[in-house]
Design a binder for this molecule. Structure first.
Ligand SMILES: CC(C)(COP(=O)(O)OP(=O)(O)OC[C@H]1O[C@@H](n2cnc3c(N)ncnc32)[C@H](O)[C@@H]1OP(=O)(O)O)[C@@H](O)C(=O)NCCC(=O)NCCS
Length: 120
């Protein structure tokens, strides 16, 4: 495929740590969209994903989303579902649900309260 077939997706931001990354966008409707989060296999279950989510929340704090933070995962990704729920997201029924895609939502401020105030 030709290189210029792709349009650059300028709005996507990536925060990288040696152990993994998080990709997000402060999108339309003042929502924060979490596209992807990945932690290297040998660094999992050490709190790195929580650290990445906190870095994302901090990165947008001067221009915070009014309402929601969205995240998506596949229905067979039980680890990602456990992660979203532990972090403070709620599963919502969207039209993608019957197709096997789970959508999670959380209020920006509530997420900050949970992750920073309790230092979770
Ligand atoms: C999902 C993923 C990002 C979690 O990263 P992590 O650094 O291991 O997660 P943390 O150690 O910060 O744990 C956060 C919470 O997730 C849950 N969790 C993480 N791994 C889990 C596992 N294997 N089983 C059950 N719960 C798990 C826990 O509830 C944990 O909270 P707790 O420590 O308070 O119990 C990581 O497993 C990963 O990169 N998976 C592959 C990529 C992927 O599926 N990304 C998500 C797609 S959107």
């Amino acid at each position: 495929m030709e290189e210029n077939h792709f349009k650059k997706f300028e709005e996507m931001k990536v925060i990288e740590l040696p152990e993994g990354y998080i990709a997000y966008r402060l999108g339309s409707g003042d929502n924060l969209e979490l596209f992807d989060i990945f932690v290297n296999k040998d660094e999992r279950q050490k709190g790195i994903s929580k650290k990445l989510v906190k870095l994302m929340l901090e990165a947008v704090k001067d221009n915070p989303p009014n309402f929601s933070v969205f995240g998506f995962t596949a229905k067979d990704n039980l680890t990602a579902q456990a992660f979203y729920q532990a972090i403070g997201f709620t599963l919502i029924l969207c039209p993608l649900y019957p197709l096997g895609a789970f959508m999670y939502v959380a209020e920006y401020q509530k997420l900050c309260d949970k992750l920073f105030k309790t230092d979770a």
